[in-house]
Design a protein around this ligand. Structure first.
Ligand SMILES: *Cc1c(COP(=O)(O)O)cnc(C)c1O
Length: 416
């Protein structure tokens, strides 16, 4: 049986526990929202001051060369690639996930158009993160060439959606709401068998679950650094292109940073060779420097240990809710099978919004997603077994005492 003592013991034996001290964790708080905004790496303060005072303050314009600013998107991309199963020169850290998805979709459609111009369908998931659908809709409207979006859901599975009209399959590896995870290799192979390219959004998997883009034979991938990678609010995202496509992909946002020779100042756009082509304009150096702080900590951890702990903690969370909150209308919407689960756990509750506000008021930070969904992110680098125990006990108390039923907990903020 699970007890708090056993949780304490498991934390004492946890090989990742030492990494917790690398982060700023406010006292009296259990943070279960690292899948939305990761926590602050302790080393980020010193690095920020170094960039501000030294590289910007003193180095000024010279720092583009002398402090490695110019190379930063690709250098960080190479580091990040180690967490994605990507090779050197295949990833850049740049722009936002939304923008990168636009670029990847445009590039994939262009590749398909060259050899199979009749393919005019983008397949995605009705339950995908909204920006992923919106960016596809925006691109389709912009192109005005009869492209359309075909959405899969429980009644219309991927197997039925694939035919000789499909150009691209664009999916999230881990679903942002339910935490359900696709088998990337299987789905990519299925897309390829039907002549489609596969784009993966790794926003909820990078840094949380083992990823092997090369092994899965994927075509493109994008994702965030401000979630499990602790890069900071609005930190630049990443984009990966398979080496198969590197010199054929077409960048729709053809800015000077993706030019073969940006400082030749030539009047005509000539794309750089390789992944640099996916850059657009001048990069946010301070934010990039912060991305590296979170990334370096993630790289110190063995991803197999991260995954093992993530599954142990999400299992524990599910077991404890079953054992201790059984009297309440909580419905698990996260898959129980390990192979189909990312690193967060979600429940529906009819008063989910108010319950979450009451939890936050008690120092347990998760988040709320429509409809009625309580979401709890498990970030193995800094969350432990005892945190899970204490979070579930707080939730149990809130539900037993109905403290969530207060007017202030029903008031909606702009960001939930
Ligand atoms: C968080 C998330 C995004 C966020 O995109 P931004 O451009 O960074 O706002 C995109 N897609 C998915 C699947 C996400 O989970």
């Amino acid at each position: 049986m699970d007890t708090r003592e056993r949780c304490l013991e498991a934390d004492r034996l946890d090989p990742l526990a030492r990494l917790r001290t690398e982060f700023v964790l406010p006292a009296g708080m259990i943070y279960l929202d690292g899948n939305s905004l990761g926590v602050l790496p302790r080393r980020a303060r010193a690095r920020t001051l170094e960039v501000l005072d030294g590289e910007w303050g003193v180095g000024l314009i010279r720092s583009w060369n002398t402090a490695g600013w110019f190379e930063m998107p690709a250098r960080l991309g190479d580091k990040l690639g180690r967490l994605l199963g990507a090779g050197v020169g295949e990833v850049v850290v740049t722009d936002t996930t939304s923008l990168n998805l636009f670029k990847a979709l445009a590039a994939a459609l262009r590749i398909q158009q060259a050899s199979q111009p009749r393919r005019r369908v983008i397949v995605s998931d009705r339950d995908n993160f909204p920006t992923d659908l919106y960016m596809a809709q925006g691109l389709i409207d912009f192109l005005q060439q009869g492209y359309r979006l075909r959405l899969i859901d429980a009644e219309h599975p991927l197997e039925q959606a694939l035919d000789d009209e499909v150009a691209v399959v664009s999916l999230s590896h881990v679903n942002y709401r339910t935490g359900a995870m696709h088998d990337m290799a299987r789905v990519t192979a299925l897309a390829h068998r039907h002549g489609a390219l596969a784009i993966w959004d790794l926003a909820h998997s990078a840094g949380a679950v083992p990823i092997d883009l090369t092994g899965a034979c994927a075509d493109f991938a994008v994702g965030c650094t401000y979630k499990y990678l602790n890069g900071g609010p609005g930190a630049p995202a990443f984009i990966w292109v398979s080496p198969r496509h590197q010199d054929r992909f077409w960048q729709p946002l053809s800015g000077w940073w993706g030019h073969q020779a940006p400082f030749a100042m030539a009047p005509d756009y000539q794309p750089a060779r390789g992944i640099r082509r996916f850059l657009c304009g001048t990069q946010p150096i301070l934010s990039l420097a912060l991305v590296e702080c979170g990334l370096d900590i993630a790289l110190e951890a063995d991803i197999a240990a991260v995954r093992a702990k993530s599954l142990a903690l999400t299992d524990l969370f599910i077991r404890l809710i079953e054992a201790r909150c059984a009297a309440h209308p909580l419905t698990l919407i996260t898959p129980r099978e390990h192979a189909s689960r990312g690193s967060h756990v979600s429940y529906r509750h009819p008063e989910g919004y108010a319950v979450m506000q009451a939890l936050i008021a008690r120092g347990v930070i998760g988040d709320y997603r429509e409809p009625e969904v309580l979401r709890f992110g498990i970030t193995p680098l800094y969350v432990g077994h005892t945190d899970v125990w204490d979070a579930v006990e707080t939730l149990r108390d809130i539900l037993d005492t109905r403290v969530w039923d207060r007017p202030e907990y029903f008031r909606r903020s702009a960001v939930t």
